[in-house]
Design a protein around this ligand. Sequence first.
Ligand code: NIG
Ligand code: FE
Length: 412
Amino acid sequence: MSILIINIKELIQVRDQNTLKVSGKDMQHLPTIKNAFLLIKNGEISDFGRMESCKNMVADKTIDATDKLVLPTWCDSHTHIVFAGNREQEFVDRINGLSYTEIANRGGGILNSAKTLQNTSEDDLYNQSAQRVKNIIKLGTGALEIKSGYGLTLESELKMLRIIKRITEHFPIKIKATFLGAHAFPEAYLNNKKGYIDLIINEMLPKIGKENLADFIDVFCEKGYFSLEDTETILSAGKQFGLIPKIHVNQFNAFGGVAMGVKHNALSVDHLEELTQEDINVLIGSETMPVALPSCSFFLSIPYTPARRIINSGLPLALATDYNPGSTPSGNMNFVVSTACIKMKMTPEEAINAATLNGAYAMGISEEYGSITKGKKANLIITKPIPSYNYLPYSFGENNIETVIIKGTIIS
Ligand code: NIG
Ligand code: FE
């Protein structure tokens, strides 16, 4: 089926095939075409340009986008969307004065979610997760990375990864799976950390490799979680099974995790709320994408990733949600884009680049997703009538999306 979108007020994020990420000053540039058309064929972007040049075009369906903008769907490169239940009690505990770390030290936090997940059936967990995926597609997300890491046993980590696979098979959006067995030390291993790392390396990874259940390997490299040395051991083991590193670093403490990620050619280093000049220096000249998660900073009231320092140093930056029950119970990329502008002083151009093309790069899919490019997948947002793309971050909390198209199919 072919779809012709006509009279587009402004077509946003128009790129050639070779642009796979944007860095530094280039992030300030968001190429657009005003008064445009776009033609979709076989689920791909087949043609686009100025309205004058689409005179004799015909398609099975025509959409009139007068007064509306068209942009690529969001690419959310960091989520933990497969989880069971919620942690609303911890939310209230934090309002009453406990910190995220204090709650974790009492057996709350990740271990709390792991306990709930271990006691949730595979079907129930699938249904809870699939509902969240449905909701975020309506919010304009067309590519999604999903992590394991609330299993923390062989059986439950595999359960999570199989559910991610099931989601991949059921939904038309692009999904990448990440093995995050090294998210926290389970209770049974609190005094035997080496034992848990051995379990990850000797039991979990071989099964995951055999069943082809993950694309990436992640580690929560943080004080009280996994040390630099642990991180190196686990990333090296993951690479033996073809898993590409993509890690949690510098959320609360900066102690060399970024350099460790770069040393292992991590596709991305995520969080970076704490960032030293050494971290920036080591990223310069690397192929690793820094990823900021502003709705996590918002929800936990922790510092925001210093986007201006990162971009002004010539580096690229991607934005993602971190959707998870503890630090970010929201998968709304529109809110992420707004928050990046409001709190991190990114311009709308930078934030949209970070949430589309650079997000796609951070999950290794920017050859097919993240921009309006001939031959890329037709994953598109058609907005409601709005004055300009600045209005997207400006009108925070408002839903400006009218239609979402995934691989050429209109999502109702
Ligand atoms: O990215 N920082 C580690 N992991 C998640 C939060 C996990 C949780 O609290 O459940 C994050 O913020
Ligand atoms: Fe995370």
